[in-house]
Design a protein around this ligand. Structure first.
Ligand code: SF4
Length: 399
């Protein structure tokens, strides 16, 4: 369904806040570019960039912080900020060996991927949205696979759309998916629901352009149709006809790792209808994680985004006609966006969980996650940085 408040009207409820601040590349302190400026590529990029985008606000940029009281405390929300209603109705339809949902903090409790929503999850979600009334934010629909349970996904979209009436002020609406539900019998219903929801774009994961190689990486369960290459390609094109489509490829040694892989993936992505391709490096980990099978896979299979991008730029057959568009430093990531001669937008991205944890530890709010147990938290760990426990609210309302 369409959000009840059109974005133009919603904009009158909160001042428009710039999502990035743009600085001349020679006019910004390198300390304000902690990840991109430490890339071996940065000096090479500097002359062609001219300027850089800071997506995370500096502490001194007062207009890019939104003050709001939640859970009885006055907090500062970085702008932009995203809200994730963490999907975990059932285990994911894929079993990617690199899946960050299987990383475990050494001091962690029950991981989000093991929580399952109870019958009052959506009532709790609605309460969380009311508590965020007036906060500018974007929906970032992820967790496990949102589309694996069509009923849950439809109820989620309905709850979020209703929440826009009297809750946060929504900027972007983005879904991250492996595509499974869109290739299942109710895929058409889900596609139309996304259009009605006003989805800004969809990020569709596929980590290699050849079906067998991708299946070795993503390990879709046997009954999941989208594991098949022809089914995936058809599903991707249907999605591309409905909403702006970004294909997401996580770089890894057994997948896309060399410039020729990048070239083949880009050609294939156009055939699938994508307007943007995102190549992401595995997130860099700090030492707070247990040495489990996922952490070992990340160590063994890591492909450096900087090194691969450098090799692509050094390969004239591949990068001829590429136009560098922008460099963006986020609160725990940086990316380089360029335009291929074909018109395809291409993003190379690197992120660092250590930087993310440092930001979250400041007490300022950079991320919002509503977990299946009904807690609204300022980060990805259930039970940590809890802003609101909608179950307690519910008990008090009925007490
Ligand atoms: S599709 Fe996403 S959530 Fe599912 S296993 Fe792969 S990385 Fe994890």
């Amino acid at each position: 369904m369409r959000p009840a408040i059109p974005s133009s009207e919603a904009a009158t409820r909160a001042p428009a806040v710039p999502r990035v601040t743009t600085y001349p590349v020679d006019g910004i302190a390198l300390a304000d570019l902690p990840r991109s400026a430490s890339s071996p590529l940065f000096d090479r990029l500097r002359p062609v960039l001219g300027q850089v985008n800071l997506r995370a606000p500096l502490l001194r940029e007062a207009t890019r912080w939104h003050a709001h009281a939640i859970g009885g405390m006055q907090r500062r929300f970085a702008q932009p900020v995203t809200f994730t209603p963490y999907a975990a109705v059932q285990p994911c339809s894929a079993r990617c060996s690199f899946c960050s949902e299987n990383l475990r903090k050494a001091d962690g409790g029950t991981p989000a991927s093991r929580l399952r929503p109870g019958p009052s999850y959506f009532e709790g979600l609605s309460r969380a949205l009311q508590a965020l009334r007036g906060v500018p934010l974007s929906w970032s629909l992820s967790g496990l696979e949102t589309s694996d349970d069509a009923d849950w996904m439809l109820r989620l979209l309905e709850t979020l759309a209703a929440g826009e009436n009297d809750g946060p002020v929504i900027e972007d609406r983005v879904l991250y998916t492996n595509g499974a539900g869109f290739a299942a019998p109710r895929g058409g219903v889900l596609r139309r629901a996304l259009q009605d929801f006003g989805l800004s774009w969809l990020e569709l994961s596929r980590h290699h352009h050849e079906g067998a190689v991708n299946q070795a990486i993503m390990r879709f369960r046997p009954e999941v149709a989208v594991g098949d290459q022809a089914v995936f390609e058809r599903t991707a094109r249907q999605l591309a006809d409905a909403v702006p489509l970004r294909l997401v490829c996580i770089l890894q040694r057994s997948g896309v790792a060399q410039p020729q892989d990048v070239a083949a993936y880009l050609a294939w992505a156009r055939h699938c209808g994508a307007g943007t391709v995102v190549f992401r490096e595995f997130s860099r980990l700090d030492d707070g994680y247990r040495d489990n099978a996922t952490a070992r896979y990340l160590r063994a299979e890591r492909v450096s985004m900087d090194a691969l991008l450098t090799a692509c730029l050094d390969d004239p057959a591949l990068s001829r006609g590429w136009a560098i568009e922008s460099l963006t430093e986020g609160y725990y990531f940086w990316n380089l966006r360029l335009r291929a001669a074909s018109g395809l937008a291409v993003v190379f991205e690197s992120s660092d969980y250590g930087a993310m944890h440092e930001r979250h530890a400041t007490g300022d709010i950079y991320k919002l996650v509503c977990f299946p147990d009904g807690q609204l938290c300022a980060g990805w760990e259930p039970g940590h940085d809890v802003l609101l426990d909608t179950r307690i609210d519910e008990a008090q309302a009925h007490g």
